[in-house]
Write a protein that binds this ligand. Structure first.
Ligand SMILES: Cc1cc2nc3c(=O)[nH]c(=O)nc-3n(C[C@H](O)[C@H](O)[C@H](O)COP(=O)(O)OP(=O)(O)OC[C@H]3O[C@@H](n4cnc5c(N)ncnc54)[C@H](O)[C@@H]3O)c2cc1C
Length: 415
């Protein structure tokens, strides 16, 4: 079987790797592999602390994927010869002020519904779990089974593993699915999937990458918290990188981080972990989460020849193993019943003809901003050694904010 995969983000590469392992002849098409959200993501694998109201259908798939990650990481490292930065450390969730602690308590009810380990800890115990927490933290929740991985390392490893398995790469953007010389086509183009009539919209996020010096302490857990009603997370890598995230807004036209976003993320993370003020700010990255109208992914057949594997929104890294396994099953002729909730047919397709390509992205019924470029990927600005931070460019034109509100133009925070 000849399989064409459109998109070389982590989802497309994992699908391609699995298909090649199953004996398919695979070609991945992407003008710029790794230019999308996969290299911006923080890398949390968080079936507990990423549970959200209204997304109950995602829980079993998230749990299965999180459980598959340790073995997937081992297999990927063996196949590629590269480390993927899988961290088997828990997550603590904390709030400092009364309202923030109340929010943690409210979330705890939701976390418990996952049936996975959730422990409420008093201040001293939570600081034992994470000694770098501010002394103002008086209680917290420990999610022992949430993990993290380094998405950039995962992407590098997937590229290498896919190549070793015989996958070929075409550095071209696909416009016309019908023109692809393949028996089966998998659309895994992240936000670029909108081009093929799928209801995917870009949800912009800014994350910061900081670097601790060798003699500086770094958080041993993933820290998530609420500061004056705003959420923030801090994810640490073994190599001393500390990722702070993330904003969330629907400004698909803005590909740079703003001074306001950087300020807010730093201020909130430093309130939770004061040591962060001492780290080197290495990079401001902007990425676009491929969001769908119900926040659930689109995984399943579109027609006899075309399969969707996209729309993973906030959880595309966590969902790599389960998605790759599910698409491998679909390509192999099985129809996994666990995926009913992700069936792309739950939405009307924006112009069936668009599966043949060439249609404009984001037409009705999925709203767009006139003149807005729909990003296919992400942008990041590293400024080691005193180079001009890209965020400074945006400082001259700050994002419009709605006082006390959210919506287009404002940024809120999430993963
Ligand atoms: C700030 C931020 C933080 C995040 N944190 C987390 C986290 O902690 N945990 C987690 O699980 N997830 C997280 N995510 C979400 C995660 O990054 C995404 O869900 C995931 O990366 C989607 O992967 P993908 O391969 O589908 O898309 P992408 O990585 O965006 O890749 C899509 C690829 O398709 C290519 N492409 C587009 N159009 C075409 C075309 N027409 N032809 C050929 N190629 C095309 C692009 O060049 C790109 O390389 C985060 C996202 C952001 C933005």
């Amino acid at each position: 079987m000849r399989v064409a995969v459109v998109g070389a983000g982590s989802i497309g590469l994992a699908v391609a790797w699995r298909a090649a392992q199953d004996g398919a002849e695979v070609v991945v098409h992407d003008p710029e592999p790794g230019s999308g959200a996969s290299r911006v993501a923080a890398g949390m694998i968080a079936p507990v602390t990423e549970s959200h109201y209204g997304e109950a259908d995602l829980a079993p798939f998230m749990a299965a994927s999180a459980d598959a990650w340790p073995e997937f990481a081992r297999e990927l490292e063996a196949a590629s010869g590269l480390p993927v930065g899988f961290r088997d450390t828990p997550t603590v969730v904390v709030g400092i002020e009364d309202g923030d602690r109340a929010e943690v308590e409210r979330q705890t009810g939701l976390y418990r519904r996952t049936g996975r380990g959730v422990d409420v800890l008093p201040g001293r115990a939570v600081r034992r779990a994470e000694p770098l927490l501010s002394h103002r933290v008086r209680a917290g929740v420990l999610a022992a089974e949430d993990r993290a991985v380094d998405p950039r390392a995962v992407h590098e490893a997937l590229l290498a593993a896919a190549e070793h398995a015989g996958v070929r790469f075409e550095p071209t953007a696909v416009d016309d699915l019908a023109g692809l010389d393949a028996d089966q086509v998998v659309i895994a183009a992240g936000c670029g999937s909108a081009r093929f009539g799928l209801p995917v919209r870009p949800v912009r996020g800014v994350v910061l990458r900081l670097r601790a010096a060798r003699d500086q302490e770094v958080p041993r857990t993933t820290v998530r918290g609420y500061v004056k009603g705003h959420s923030v997370y801090i994810v640490t890598r073994e190599n001393g990188e500390v990722v702070v995230g993330a904003t969330s807004d629907e400004r698909g036209d803005r590909t740079t981080g703003t001074a306001g976003a950087v300020h807010d993320l730093l201020r909130r993370s430093i309130e939770l972990v004061p040591e962060i003020a001492e780290y080197h700010l290495a990079e401001v990255s902007v990425g676009f989460r491929p969001g769908t109208p119900d926040n659930l992914p689109l995984i399943g057949r579109l027609d006899d020849r075309t399969v969707a594997a996209t729309g993973h929104y906030r959880n595309g890294i966590a969902l790599i193993p389960a998605t790759a396994a599910a698409v491998a099953a679909i390509l192999g002729g099985a129809a996994p019943n666990t995926l009913t909730a992700f069936d792309p047919a739950r939405f009307p397709r924006a112009g069936g003809a668009r599966l043949e390509g060439r249609a404009e992205p984001r037409e009705a019924p999925f709203p767009s901003t006139p003149g807005t470029r729909v990003p296919d990927g992400s942008d990041s600005a590293g400024f080691p050694g005193g180079a001009q931070p890209r965020a400074a460019a945006d400082a001259a034109a700050p994002e419009p904010r709605t006082p006390g509100g959210t919506g287009a133009g404002t940024h809120k925070e999430e993963s």
